[in-house]
Ligand binder design. Structure first.
Ligand code: C2E
Ligand code: CA
Ligand code: CA
Ligand code: CA
Length: 279
């Protein structure tokens, strides 16, 4: 009826504005949070499946909101992207990861790299190559300590500016890997064009490898293709020993997941690392 139509419209309308208010308050909260040091990086170790060494860490952003506690990046990254705040947030991540890498070198930790996630929006809008070079220089950090995780959707874009930025970074020795590989596109030409170093096999395939033969077949195919192109593979979302063993058997290069460790605050990550080295 006319009436219920109006009511449902009103309901729809008010739930939208409720959502918008919440979004606006989160966005201004992020702005304040950046000034008040509410953001931090947590570190998840990456294991070399053949040598069983820790070869590096993925840095994952965390927001410790003063009232709401830890808010997931899955919630705030999209808002940071739509509001443009991802530029400042991403800049903070680059600087913080480089600062931490320098600190670990100075503390005498063995060889490692820190992988950071770069939003496509940040890559397209910001002068990311300059940001990265400045952060490396300021921290006297050799570029091989840093790795950028990019998404397929970014690399299939046919833009000269993007190609130049990637080439600049690559020629200075910064490595890239493709995050969430397998979930996006089938045109793989960009892999050769941009000198990608590694493919990160999406956890949606890895987590079901054990009992879904279809997913195991996809993982096997990705590893074979990567190795024939001279690329490394990183499996993410490894939660048990049998998946780790399967991946090792298939020749996957690196892996990360709750089976070894969750992303940890920096002190815990270092403690985990030192214990790992001792064992
Ligand atoms: P991602 O880059 O694909 O990161 C992997 C996610 O899987 C992380 O979630 C990680 O904590 C989680 N994970 C790792 N091992 C396991 C496992 O064994 N099992 C399960 N169930 N999950 C596992 P997180 O930290 O919540 O991050 C979510 C997403 O937010 C990331 O997905 C990434 O797209 C984005 N993100 C995180 N930090 C940053 C950042 O600094 N910048 C940007 N632009 N995006 C970020
Ligand atoms: Ca990632
Ligand atoms: Ca991923
Ligand atoms: Ca993801």
């Amino acid at each position: 009826s006319k009436d219920s139509g109006r009511n449902s419209f009103r309901f729809f309308n008010s739930s939208i504005s409720h959502n918008m208010l919440e979004h606006i308050s989160l966005i201004s909260g992020m702005r304040r949070g950046l000034q008040e040091q509410q953001f931090s990086l947590h570190y998840q170790p990456k294991i070399d499946l053949q040598s069983h060494r820790i070869c590096g860490f993925e840095a994952l952003l965390r927001w410790n909101h003063p009232e709401q506690g830890y808010i997931s990046p899955a919630t705030f990254i999209p808002l940071a992207e739509s509001s443009g705040l991802i530029i400042q947030l991403g800049e903070w991540v680059i600087n913080e990861a480089c600062r931490q890498a320098r600190a670990w070198i100075d503390e005498g930790m063995p060889d490692f790299s820190i992988a950071i996630n770069i939003s496509s929006i940040q890559f397209k809008r910001g002068n990311i190559d300059t940001l990265v070079f400045n952060a490396l220089t300021r921290n006297q950090l050799p570029p091989q300590y840093l790795e950028l995780e990019l998404t397929e959707s970014l690399l299939i874009e046919d833009s000269e500016r993007l190609a130049n930025t990637l080439a600049n970074l690559r020629s200075e020795g910064v490595h890239f890997s493709i995050d969430d590989f397998g979930t996006g596109y089938s045109n793989l030409g960009y892999l050769k064009k941009f000198e990608v170093e590694a493919l990160k096999i999406d956890q949606s395939f890895v987590r079901k490898m054990d009992n879904h033969s279809g997913d195991a077949a996809i993982v096997r195919a990705i590893i074979q293709m990567a190795s024939s192109l001279g690329l490394k593979t990183i499996a993410e979302g490894v939660e048990d020993a049998s998946t780790a063993a399967l991946l090792r058997g298939l020749g996957c290069t690196y892996a990360q997941g709750y089976y070894w460790a969750r992303p940890m605050p920096v002190a815990d990550a270092k403690h985990f690392w030192l214990t790992w080295i001792k064992d």
